[in-house]
Design a protein around this ligand. Structure first.
Ligand code: HEM
Length: 240
C-alpha cells in the first residue's frame, strides 16, 4: 500500500541554474512566499500610517499625497517593486498549494485533508478576494474611474483633494461595507500568514513561536482597526 502510494508521487526535476533550482524547491518557494509577504505587510503598515493622517486634517493628508506623487520616477520604481512582490507572492502560493496536493501521501488522505487543506484553501480564497479588493481600490482612488467627480476635487492650494475624495468615497454605505469585508479578509489572511511563517521557517523555540504568532495576529487586528476606523469615522460624521 505504502509502496504503491510512494510510486504515485511524481519525480521532480530541478534546473541546473541555482536560482531556478532554489525556486523549484519547496523550501525555496516557501521562503519566497514569506519574504514577499513581509514586503507587502510593510507596505500595508506604511499605507495605514499615511492614511491615518486624515485625522490630522485636510492639509496634512493632501500634502502627504502630493509628496508621494512628486516622487515621480521613484514612485514608479516602488510601484513596480510592489507589483512584482504581489505577483510573485500569488504565483508561488498557488504553485505551493498545487505541489502540496500532488505530494500528499494517500495513506494520510483523511487525517490531513481536513487540517491542511481547509487552512490552505482559506488562504487561497481570502487571498483572491483581497486581490479583487485591491483591484477595485486602485480603480477607485488611484485611477479614479469609479466616480468622475474625484478628478475635479482640488483644495485651496490647488492640490488634488484626497481628503474630500475619501469622504465622498466612503459616504456610500455599500462601498464602506465592501471595504470592511475586504479588510476583514485581508486581516484573516495576514493573521493566518503569521502562523504559517512560523511553520515554514521551522522555528522550534516555543517563546519565539508564540511571539511571532501572537504578536503577528495582534498586529494584523490592530491594522484592521486602523483601516476600518476611516470609513466608520466618515460615515459617523467624525471626519467631514
Ligand atoms: C480604509 C482603507 C484605505 C484607504 C482609506 C486607502 C486610501 C488610499 C488612497 C487615497 C490611495 C490613492 C493615493 C493617491 O494616488 O494619491 C490609495 C492607493 C493604494 N492603496 Fe489604499 N487605502 C486603504 C486600504 C488599502 C489596503 C488595505 C491596501 C492593500 C492591501 C491598499 C493598497 C493600495 C495600493 C496598492 C494603492 C496604489 C498606490 C499607488 O498609486 O502607487 N490600500 N489608497
Amino acid at each position: 500500500m505504502s509502496v504503491a502510494t510512494r510510486s504515485a508521487v511524481p519525480v521532480r526535476k530541478f534546473s541546473n541554474n541555482p536560482l531556478i533550482a532554489f525556486y523549484q524547491s519547496s523550501i525555496g518557494k516557501k521562503l519566497i512566499v514569506a519574504v514577499t509577504a513581509l514586503i507587502l505587510v510593510l507596505y500595508v503598515l506604511g499605507h495605514l500610517l499615511g492614511n491615518l493622517q486624515i485625522y490630522i486634517g485636510q492639509d496634512r493628508i493632501n500634502t502627504y499625497a502630493k509628496f508621494l506623487h512628486d516622487l515621480g520616477p521613484i514612485l514608479w520604481v516602488i510601484r513596480s517593486f510592489l507589483l512584482a512582490a504581489f505577483i510573485t507572492h500569488i504565483v508561488a502560493t498557488i504553485q505551493l498549494a498545487q505541489e502540496n496536493r500532488l505530494a500528499r501521501p494517500q495513506k494520510y488522505a483523511v487525517a490531513h485533508f481536513q487540517r491542511s487543506t481547509i487552512a490552505s484553501r482559506t488562504m487561497l480564497v481570502s487571498g483572491l478576494i483581497v486581490l479583487c479588493f485591491v483591484i477595485y481600490h486602485i480603480l477607485q482612488f488611484t485611477l479614479q474611474v469609479t466616480d468622475p467627480k474625484y478628478h475635479e476635487l482640488y483644495d485651496s492650494s490647488g492640490r488634488h483633494d484626497v481628503y474630500r475624495m475619501l469622504i465622498l468615497g466612503f459616504s456610500h454605505p455599500l462601498v464602506s461595507l465592501f471595504y470592511v469585508v475586504g479588510l476583514f479578509l485581508l486581516t484573516a489572511h495576514l493573521s493566518h500568514g503569521f502562523a504559517s511563517v512560523v511553520q515554514t521557517l521551522g522555528i522550534n523555540n516555543r517563546k519565539l513561536t508564540n511571539f511571532v504568532s501572537i504578536g503577528g495576529q495582534t498586529l494584523a487586528w490592530l491594522v484592521f482597526a486602523g483601516y476600518v476606523s476611516i470609513p466608520f469615522a466618515i460615515l459617523l460624521g467624525i471626519v467631514r
